[in-house]
Design a protein around this ligand. Structure first.
Ligand code: SF4
Ligand code: SF4
Length: 277
């Protein structure tokens, strides 16, 4: 009988939502569990963090020295490492502290911040170790995660779709929320894979699958500005779940700077502020 694939699911700095997406897959997860040996998945029961595995799914960003060391151990003992969700892919919401006074937040929240082992910045898994596959989303799609595991079972690593959310809207026949209602939407610059979940519910995409390949962030931001979105709102749109992903970070910071300049009282000789940065 063929050896069963050994699989582990690990957690780093995260909310557990991506692990729950796995668990919510219900019967499909049970069917997969019969074909693989689930050796470590604390949310589901098995606990053997040091086990050697074929595939390690890792949720969460890296925010402490202990996590850096643990991640290297996991990489060494895994044939394939899959980054699960936005936190693992770019640092996720935790990385918002990279753009703020993170140390000040710790000092205000904890009586002994010196006991904490927080690194100056939250980073993605790929900042520290080679990652074989990134599954985007906040949370990741449960079926996509199971399909990735099934693909490794078949010996054919899954391919990541490189489309944008807009194409999913077209395929579903959804009216564009920007064109039809002037709603802010990051769909034109966000990687596909969710099935246009938010536009289907009548709201704009907030980019939880992260920047798509070659995202035209400046063109989209300029159009949303024309539609009346203020610089501060534009900054918030880009600096959210993927605030540490370079494409969204750069665009968001440009608009944050524009918002700051708009708040400054004009000085003698200043040129009037334009529509954008
Ligand atoms: S990507 Fe989103 S759902 Fe997944 S662990 Fe991070 S915050 Fe939670
Ligand atoms: S539409 Fe955008 S924000 Fe909504 S689930 Fe899809 S990628 Fe995430």
């Amino acid at each position: 009988m063929a050896r069963r694939l050994r699989v582990a699911v690990h957690k780093f700095s995260s909310c557990d939502g991506c692990q729950l997406a796995f668990l919510n897959a219900g019967e499909a997860l049970l069917a997969l569990a019969e074909r693989v040996e689930l050796v470590h998945f604390l949310e589901a029961g098995p606990a053997d963090e040091e086990a050697r595995v074929d595939v390690a799914f890792v949720e969460g960003g890296v925010s402490t020295r202990e996590e850096v060391e643990r991640l290297h151990r996991i990489r060494d003992q895994s044939r394939v490492l899959v980054a699960l969700g936005a936190c693992a892919g770019s640092g996720g919401l935790q990385a918002l502290r990279n753009l703020a006074d993170g140390r000040g937040w710790l000092a205000r929240s904890y009586p002994h911040p010196e006991w904490l082992d927080a690194l100056p910045e939250v980073t993605s898994l790929a900042t520290h170790v080679p990652v074989d596959l990134e599954l985007p989303g906040c949370p990741v799609s449960g079926p996509a995660a199971l399909e990735a595991a099934a693909a490794f079972l078949r010996g054919a690593p899954p391919e990541r779709p490189r489309e944008k959310v807009c194409l999913e809207c077209r395929r579903r026949g959804l009216a564009c929320v920007v064109v039809a209602r002037g709603e802010p939407c990051l769909g034109p610059v966000t990687e596909a894979g969710c099935g246009a979940l938010c536009p289907a519910a009548g709201r704009g995409c907030y980019g939880c699958y992260g920047p798509a390949e070659r995202p035209a962030t400046s063109a989209l931001a300029a159009r949303l500005r024309e539609l009346g979105l203020e610089p501060e709102a534009l900054a918030r749109l880009f600096l959210a779940i993927h605030a540490a992903a370079p494409a969204f970070r750069e665009e968001g910071l440009r608009w944050r700077q524009a918002a700051c300049e708009a708040r400054l009282p004009p000085r003698a000789g200043d040129e009037p502020l334009g529509a954008g940065p």
